[in-house]
Design a protein around this ligand. Structure first.
Ligand code: SF4
Length: 728
């Protein structure tokens, strides 16, 4: 501010960043509108009639929410429509409506100029409301910004205009039992700072669980504190702004508290109307001028000139005053700024200049997936390189990465000298190779050093985190060349060495079948491959590994032997648990009757498979009850037969089977049944002289009728040897 004059203009006067952004956006549209295009704002763009009249003079209409659908429906190729959402934002419902309408009609577009500060409050409202929470917003419930924010809240919600209203609601229990829920409180961006501070204290005092979001925008905070200190020094305060403007009203209240002669004027015309009242005092006093966020610079200039005329002081232009208090910027210099706004698209910085510093996301960080809102906060101090200054737009384009890059170059050189491995992210791909960014420095990795084979696409690496070694540095051009392949190679070698160091016979692995040959299957053990010979794949004889495994199968193997020098590992897929003789012994015993499949016929008998890998011999004498001359007279290969295990030779691992034994048992059973039937029929035909008396001792069995041995002997064949010959 300028203290030497009797008129002091607050430095933070006029369009705030949010309003300027919206105004610039609409001006840009006006400059490139196609013939016939209709441009509207949803409600008045700002609370300033002079500026709104100017927009109207350029053909910008003002729409009411109820007119949206009709106007959108009338948009066509000859007369497209563009609708601007002002800095306050709109309700979620309106946002959805606009989205739907623009999707339905490509000639209708809307441009969302909601201020990033307002967006932040909306995000807080959406993300911190709902079950178990009571959302409180300090602000004017009728203000469009507040209506829009509250439309994002889920569950219980309240708006309070002042700390007194809040206190009363809490003390009278209007909000229910606040011990059982979490009170989440945020604030309208342009709310009075001291009221907000009081409200925070009240909430903390009266509620147990509180989450407080300080969402007053940085611009408002600065303006209010400047208005306070200026009004404390001045005898007269002129506040310029629209009466509907929340931030202008806030500035007026602050000034009025400290300076009773505070006047609110919308423009020069209104100032002239109060001049008679204050004119007599002007020459002797210090006058302060502050302006709301929606006051155009032209109106501030007009007010300043009227005041200067009446104080016989040279009218120092508003621009000149700002110029004096603000530093000039040059491309290429490094400035330190304070973050005033953070979105995921850009950072805005106060760099103490008349322009706003803007750092786009790609100039703030190397990591394209990083979220600026998670990395930076309002109030953070940042060093940035000035890329471009545009006085017309009031923006200085800055780069934080450039500063980081300069500072980190030396670290890169040291990493090269120390042969150190660095971590970075692939941020670009071209025909010759890829670009890796490390601490804002770009390192070129030639295609041959990417570690990507020729048949694959290098673009697969884009966005990936990689480890890299610098293999060449060109200090004059600040250029570095790196290799991913060398790091991968060294890491693979280290892993292999560790693998061999720990390898022992008997170790078990789960590996994937990678390849097969006629003699075995190669299994990927993670670091190196091992081989399972065909004889180690199955307990029975197989002709090809494909009989047991397929490429891609995940199998469990163990190490039979290895040769580190030759890099060979012999594996086995066979285990003791699956060994056929062991399986057979666990499941069967002599005397068991089982089903077996005839697999070969020999002059002395037939071999039948009991389980995979174990066959038994049915000796020719055991094939039937009657004499059999040749096994093929009674059996064929592939027949499934019921057999009885009549012998197991542990040492020779032979199993003797018998069909005859089963047939004999069957014959005995039939004979016994027949005898029993005959005896019952005899009992029924011969009347007993005396009724049989039940024996006293029930343990003594009644005498069984004798069975004629001749009946059985007729069916009995000569004894079969249990000891069967070994299979060939
Ligand atoms: S006063 Fe603050 S929140 Fe409102 S539009 Fe301006 S910068 Fe955005």
């Amino acid at each position: 501010m300028t203290a030497s004059s009797s008129i002091i203009v607050a430095k933070n006067s006029g369009f705030c960043f949010g309003v300027k952004r919206a105004a610039d956006s609409i001006e840009a549209k006006l400059d490139c509108a196609v013939p016939g295009e209709r441009i509207y704002t949803l409600g008045k763009l700002i609370h300033n009639d002079t500026y709104n009249s100017y927009l109207a003079s350029r053909g910008v209409g003002v729409l009411d929410e109820s007119e949206i659908e009709a106007v959108a429906g009338s948009a066509n190729a000859e007369s497209p429509v563009t609708l601007f959402i002002r800095a306050h934002g709109v309700t979620l419902g309106t946002e959805e409506l606009l989205g739907r309408l623009s999707a339905e009609n490509r000639h209708f577009k809307f441009i969302d100029c909601t201020c990033p500060y307002v967006r932040k409050v909306r995000a807080v409202a959406a993300g911190h409301s709902g079950e178990g929470k009571c959302f409180i917003l300090m602000g004017n419930p009728k203000h469009p910004e507040v209506v829009g924010i509250m439309s994002c809240v889920e569950g219980e919600k309240h708006v309070f205009r002042s700390s007194d209203e809040l206190e009363e609601a809490l003390k009278t229990g209007m909000l229910g039992d606040m011990h059982k829920k979490t009170a989440v409180m945020a604030v309208q961006t342009t709310f009075d700072l001291s009221e907000w501070r009081k409200s925070r204290e009240i909430l903390k005092k009266l509620c147990t669980n509180t989450i407080i979001f300080d969402t007053i925008c940085g611009v408002t905070e600065k303006r209010q504190s400047e208005a306070k200190s200026l009004s404390e020094q001045c005898d007269i305060m002129i506040v310029i702004g629209g009466r509907e403007s929340a931030n202008t009203a806030g500035l007026y209240d602050i000034c009025k508290k400290n300076c009773p002669l505070t006047y609110l004027v919308a423009d020069g015309r209104e100032l002239r109307s109060i001049l008679p009242e204050i004119k007599s005092k002007i020459p002797r006093v210090k006058t302060g001028i502050v302006a709301g966020a929606s006051t155009p610079a032209g109106i501030i200039q007009e007010v300043l000139e009227i005041m200067s005329e009446n104080t016989q002081t040279r009218a120092q232009t508003f621009e000149e005053m700002l110029e004096k208090s603000l530093k000039t910027l040059n491309t290429g210099e490094v400035v330190t700024g304070t973050v005033t706004s953070v979105t995921d698209a850009e950072l805005q910085l106060d760099i103490g200049a008349k322009v706003t510093g803007v750092i786009a996301a790609d100039q703030a960080t190397d990591d394209p997936s990083a979220k600026l809102t998670e990395m930076f906060q309002v109030g953070d101090k940042i060093d940035a390189y000035v890329l471009k200054v545009n006085d017309t737009d009031g923006v200085a384009t800055l780069s934080k990465r450039r500063v980081d890059s300069d500072r980190n170059w030396q670290e890169l050189v040291k990493a090269y000298e120390d042969n150190e491995v660095l971590e970075g992210r692939v941020t670009g791909v071209n025909k010759g190779g890829v670009e890796v960014t490390i601490n804002s420095n770009r390192i070129f990795v030639p295609a041959s050093q990417t570690g990507v084979t020729k048949d694959k696409d290098m673009s697969e690496l884009l966005g990936e985190a990689v480890r890299i070694r610098i293999i060449e540095i060109k200090p004059q051009r600040k250029r570095a060349i790196g290799s991913i392949r060398l790091v991968l190679r060294d890491e693979r070698r280290a892993r292999e060495a560790a693998f061999w160091d720990s390898l022992e016979v008997g170790m078990k692995f789960t590996g994937r079948v990678k390849n097969m040959t006629s003699y075995g299957a190669f299994v990927d053990l993670g670091v190196v491959d091992g081989m399972v010979h065909t004889t180690e794949l199955s307990w029975k004889h197989i002709k090809s590994p494909a009989e047991v495994v397929s490429i891609g199968d995940e199998i469990e193997v163990y190490v039979k032997s290895f040769d580190r020098e030759r890099g060979r590992i012999s594996l086995s897929y066979k285990t003791e648990e699956t060994e056929p003789w062991r399986v057979f012994k666990n499941r069967f015993a002599v005397g068991d009757v089982i089903k077996a499949r005839v697999v070969s016929l020999m002059p002395f008998g037939a071999f039948a498979e009991i389980i995979d890998g174990v066959d038994g011999l049915i000796h020719i004498s055991q094939l039937a009850i009657t004499r059999v001359s040749r096994p093929e007279d009674v059996l064929s290969i592939g027949d499934m037969v019921d057999v009885k295990i009549v012998g197991i030779d542990e040492e020779k691992r032979n199993v003797s089977l018998s069909i005859r034994a089963l047939l004999e048992e069957e014959a005995r059973g039939e004979l016994a049944a027949r005898n029993e039937k005959d005896s019952s029929e005899a009992d029924l035909t011969e009347e007993p002289e005396e009724a049989p008396v039940a024996p006293e001792n029930t343990d003594t069995p009644a005498e069984a009728p004798e069975v004629a041995p001749a009946d059985l002997s007729e069916a009995t064949a000569p004894e079969a040897p249990v000891d069967t010959p070994e299979a060939d």
